[in-house]
Write a protein that binds this ligand. Structure first.
Ligand SMILES: [Zn+2]
Length: 183
């Protein structure tokens, strides 16, 4: 467990790039590949990877809520579940979660429970993001595990991936409507 005071104290160590990676952008590209898999399923394209300080990709996840009929099947949760099963521990301490979209309340809570070291995200989510947009959930005083976090990594590309998906979906809706419109 990392207290807030410790987080400040050893920030440089906590925020260090995992070994063998020369940028967070490179890791974000992997998360974007995961997001593309969600899109292929007709899901909102959000993807995540969990990386250890040694640079190992512990787990990957992409949004599967519709496919799995599971409201908790967000990319982050699936990556955490997979990682926890791999390390045979519900805590994945020291891992950093890299995700294309600012996490929601559920995922942020799960990451606190999992004791991840850090969260790196792409674009902000003004509707349900809780690291910066709707609130600063990791700064709440009762949180007993401090997590380093950073947003804005490949933000434009992650946002473009999402907006392209929603644009396409709107067009498909329109087409379907015009198909069924009475002549
Ligand atoms: Zn979520």
């Amino acid at each position: 467990m990392t207290t807030r005071r410790e987080l400040e104290h050893c920030r440089a160590e906590l925020t260090a790039l995992p070994s063998g990676w020369d940028s967070w952008e490179a890791l974000m590209r992997l998360a974007m590949e995961e997001a593309a898999k969600a899109e292929e399923l007709g899901e909102v394209p959000v993807g995540a990877v969990l990386v250890t300080p040694d640079g190992e990709i512990l787990a990957r996840g992409h949004n599967r809520t519709i496919t799995d009929n599971d409201p908790t099947a967000h990319a982050e949760i699936l990556a955490l579940r997979d990682a926890a099963a791999t390390v045979r521990n519900y805590r994945v301490e020291n891992a950093v979660l890299v995700v294309t979209l600012e996490p929601c309340m559920m995922c942020t809570g799960a990451m606190v429970h999992a004791r991840v070291r850090g969260i790196v995200y792409g674009t902000t989510d003004p509707k349900t993001g809780v690291l910066a947009s709707q609130m600063e959930a990791l700064e709440l005083p009762f949180q007993n595990h401090a997590i380093w976090h950073m947003g804005g990594v490949l933000a434009q590309e992650c946002a473009a991936q999402l907006s392209a998906f929603f644009r396409k979906r709107r067009e498909e809706h329109k087409l379907r409507k015009s198909d069924t419109a009475p002549c």
